[in-house]
Ligand binder design. Sequence first.
Ligand code: FAD
Length: 471
Amino acid sequence: MFDVKTLHGTSAQVDQSSLDDLSAALRGGVYCEGTAEYDAARTTWNSIVDRHPGFVIQALGASDVQKAVNFVRDAGLVMSVRSGGHQIAGHAVADDAVMLDLSQMRSVHVDPMARTARVAPGALLGDVDRETQAHGLAVPLGINSTTGTAGLTLGGGFGWTTRKFGMTIDNLLSAEVVTAEGMIVTASPSSHPDLFWAIRGGGGNFGVVTSFEFQLHPLGPQVLSGLIVHPIEAAPGLLAEYVQIADSAPDELTVWSVMRKAPPLPFLPDEWHGREVLIFAACYAGPMGDGEDAMKELRGLGSPIVDVISPHAFVDWQAAFDPLLTPGARNYWKSHDFSTLSSDAITGLLNGISSLPDPACEVFIAHVGGAMARVSSDATAYPERSAHFIMNVHTRWEDPQKDDECIAWARALYDRMTPHATGSAYVNFMPEDEADHMAGAYGENGMKLAKVKAQYDPENLFRLNHNILPA
Ligand code: FAD
């Protein structure tokens, strides 16, 4: 017998023979504690998330997902959904819930003539980049190749080519969704349009997505990209100039700022390892020569310790930050959106950097806008189109005894930056304790999302997420 949480807050017992019957009906299988599959499924990127589901249903296709949803709904159980397992809040796994594991569904198929890709939900960003780049094509995704495409897309998705090609959701043509009723439907502009609108930013609230169809764009295979590293002491002036460069940048140019203690990168002189630095990370999504011109001003700033901007294979650049964002560390993130970064905001940021609680902690400032900002805020569920910078406080550490110190540091920096921020929030960067930020996450779109939720999931079967309550 397995004790599993029910939708009514009680506990139900599921017997072994029911699980055996379910398992026999699946292409995948059902796995319980003590199996390697169970352990692999419950282990997510953020090691602070250490939870034990009742059992794991591993799906290998939409029919498996349909059977899983029907089983869980009919038994009145609570279910979490895992794709890449990267979400900082760890909603993919919950104690004593059923866990639907899609991580083995990693296929990516590119149609180079139509310039589209069909992507299964377990595909990681690196899987998509490798298959699309084999045809010289790309879809805008995030900056860490081990992130899951499914969660990233359902929350919005932005990275190095968003200013040029839009957010990941702006390039979603259709999706196959298994609804709470157990129907397999296509969501697109012409089929279930409200559902299609809602899954572009509304997260996993409306059903289980079993396939994504993306529009692709010609890019690469090489892009001008790389890092420029400066001493943190020069940061106040440099960041002010950076804001101006970012404001007037062409859509092809994206420059993120990273503040942290310098890792022992091979191209950094030894004496800088472990000292606070400001890093500009830049990528030009266009012809190499145009990129050289567009980056001149940025590369002319101050007296950098190193400048390693050069042509890189796009797939490699997409993985450039992987060594800093490895799985297995304890993580707590906080995020704000900004229209601009005033000198007071820059001072607030740098105060935080002067007291980093662990050498693995860092603050990323993503540069967005461009094509992302030319989509109206009600065109998709993701509402915040006018932000120009998105701060992500990556608080990372290993020792559980440092939990309180590290989390307190992140919260203090977040609070210090609140007066300068727009008040909106990106669900994909929200930790689990930010349920009260859901209004900021969806703004004016919140009401419509609640109505679509009531239409597709009135019982709130899909509740282990940044939850939208049915209207
Ligand atoms: P999972 O943890 O597997 O899933 C998260 C939740 O999404 C699930 O609990 C479920 O509610 C829902 N979900 C997942 N799959 C499905 C599905 N198939 N159907 C229905 N619901 C589903 N975001 C960016 O936009 N840009 C970045 O550059 C970026 N960089 C990141 C770097 C790192 C190191 C990390 C950890 C995260 C980054 N993110 C970025 C945030 C990322 O978009 C989210 O963490 C996202 O949730 C990851 O997706 P996943 O499939 O791995 O998540």
